[in-house]
Design a protein around this ligand. Structure first.
Ligand code: NAD
Length: 321
């Protein structure tokens, strides 16, 4: 069995590796040759922790396994990350444990890859202004991955806690782009692509804010009750997602579906666009919205790539198990 420790992951994978691994597994999901198993998530009644598993199997790549992880709110005080994840991979032929991989950085990278994939396949080719809503840990990863997808000329951002926007300014500067903190009206009227990545439980962006032709990647809503954009905005958009079952239950579309504004049958798997079985954006005026809910197969895909790289580069720790 192989161990890839958390500290080794950054040196093994690039954002491009994660993009390609996640794009392939989204395509396999739409071909129905990869599927996610039901998610387990429990409040364990200790340390205020939420803990659970995301798992699945990809019959094309043979990635089989699970990500175990959760949220420990008291960790920051101990100098640890609040979100803790570990990926376990198993041999599809035998069920033996193949690898254990640190999953914290992998989670950030696979989530950023998902929104970047949606921009590649759904944003207008002439998108030049990128709008960010949210400036927490995940936002810098989202921004970096997005900037490679179009010839963006500037980045604008809004966050409930404006002092956190420095994080986005630094990433924009790394890429030689100007950054400006703006209000939500300006995000809506100026941005061609908007990424939302907050832990909000109430709509931030309204349908009236957003101009025709915008692509939205809604990435923060991954739990029942969370919400980043008004249900009317979801209803006005053509909605794409990683997995429809999650989109309607824990994703951004949950509220529009509950209010009868959108039906599950109206939501398109992004994998169908990647495979060419759905045309994706069909006009320059259409609003497209990617509801990125985060699936276990994304974790397995990037963890498998990390294991392959660790073996190739000789840094994999092998143990007799
Ligand atoms: P974080 O705690 O570092 O940042 C939280 C962000 O939300 C900050 O910008 C904060 O200012 C903002 N925020 C907090 N409360 C808010 C409120 N009431 N209204 C508006 N904004 C508010 O978190 P993070 O690691 O950056 O993650 C952001 C979100 O993305 C979380 O909801 C997380 O669960 C989700 N997430 C989704 C996926 C996925 O696959 N879709 C993966 C990882 C994280």
């Amino acid at each position: 069995m192989i161990i890839v420790p958390e500290r080794a992951v950054a040196g093994l994978l690039t954002a491009a590796d994660c993009f390609s691994a996640v794009e392939q597994v989204f395509a396999a999901m739409a071909r129905k040759s990869a599927y996610n198993f039901p998610v387990i998530r429990e409040a364990i009644g200790y340390a205020d922790a939420l803990y659970g598993f995301k798992s699945g199997f990809d019959r094309e790549s043979l990635a089989l396994g699970l990500k175990s992880g959760g949220f420990w709110p008291g960790n920051i005080a101990k100098g640890l990350t609040n979100h803790q994840s570990t990926v376990f991979l198993f041999e599809a032929e035998s069920g033996r444990c193949r690898a254990v991989v640190g999953g914290n950085l992998l989670t950030a990278l696979r989530t950023a890859a998902a929104s970047a994939i949606s921009i590649k396949h759904l944003a207008r080719d002439d998108a030049r202004v990128l709008g960010m809503i949210g400036a927490g840990h995940q936002s810098a990863f989202q921004l970096r991955a997005a900037l490679g997808q179009r010839r963006f000329e500037r980045v604008i951002g809004w966050n409930l806690h404006p002092e956190m926007l420095k994080r986005l300014e630094e990433v924009a500067r790394e890429h030689g782009l100007p950054f400006e903190a703006v209000d939500l009206d300006r995000i809506g009227t100026e941005a061609d692509v908007i990424i939302t990545i907050t832990s909000s439980f109430a709509p931030i962006l309204k349908a009236s804010h957003v101009k025709p032709g915008t692509h939205l990647a809604c990435m923060g809503t991954d739990t029942k009750g969370k919400q980043e954009v008004e249900a009317e905005l979801v209803a006005r958009a053509t909605v794409f997602t990683d997995e429809i079952a999650q989109s309607v239950s824990i994703g951004e579309a949950q509220h529009a579906v509950a209010r009868g504004l959108v039906k599950a049958a109206d939501i398109v798997e992004i994998g169908a666009v990647i495979n060419g079985t759905h045309s994706g954006r069909v006009s320059a005026e259409q609003i497209t919205l990617f509801d990125g809910t985060g699936v276990g197969l994304q974790d397995l895909a990037v963890a498998s790539t990390a294991v392959d790289r660790a073996i190739e580069t000789g840094i994999a720790i092998e143990i007799d198990f």
